[in-house]
Ligand binder design. Sequence first.
Ligand code: SPD
Length: 275
Amino acid sequence: MSIWFTEELHPYYRKGIRVKRVLADEQTQYQHLQVVETEFFGNALILDGIIQLTERDNMGYHEMLVHAPMLAVDNPKRVLIVGGGDGGSLQQALRYPSVEEVVVCELDQRVVDLSREHFASFGDPWADPRAKLLIRDAFAYLEENPGRFDVIVSDTTDPIGMAERLFSDEFYQLMVRALTPGGAAATQCEQPYFDTELIKQIYKSAKALTKNPAYYYANIPTYPGGGIGFMYVSDTPWTEGLKTAYPPGVNNYLNPEIHKAAFALPEFFRRELQG
Ligand code: SPD
């Protein structure tokens, strides 16, 4: 018998992956958390019915989200990850020898615990002494830490329910305020076809706050539309990142050609964003 997990994010679009078995299924204090073993994509983390990551294709998401801002900053030392309790972004940020501290501000301890148990491919980045987990609200933490971080990565769920605030103008203001001069941030920034208006609004906020924001995109087959975009937010142009050597370790998605191509926008979307 086949079991299909179907995600219906919009009333006019749904996608499915075939599941072998359910490894965890619980209601945490904040959300419905599931981990399933799939036929093709390895283990998958699902929150409130939405796929967050799979073992097979998460590298496109985590490498692009983390390295675009990291590479644009000269010897980043302090990094903040908003959300990211699964550890995928943390693993990438810790690859930089210059990094002294990565603070992960995650609301749900169960995401951390179950990801540690079921996503061994992240290599238990929490065991690294530079990793610091804070189970708390990122808004308040950003408010308390102006000018502290060289890089900030917003690794969130979709803008539904409790995560909606992390896509607001107020969040972007706090995030930019928490950067050091010359710092850079990148945020999970949804899908050009399905979320055009939201992305336009975020780009407008980012443009009011920094000199060189830019939208970029990665292919992730298990996300709606087959991919997801990110907002790069900095005074430093993203092209600076093209000049920097990659950190030690293996990339599975990012290479110099992908880095450059990711910032090229399809014409309909470029027009929407840049007028
Ligand atoms: N539409 C799903 C987007 C999920 C983005 N968050 C992924 C978290 C992985 N660390």
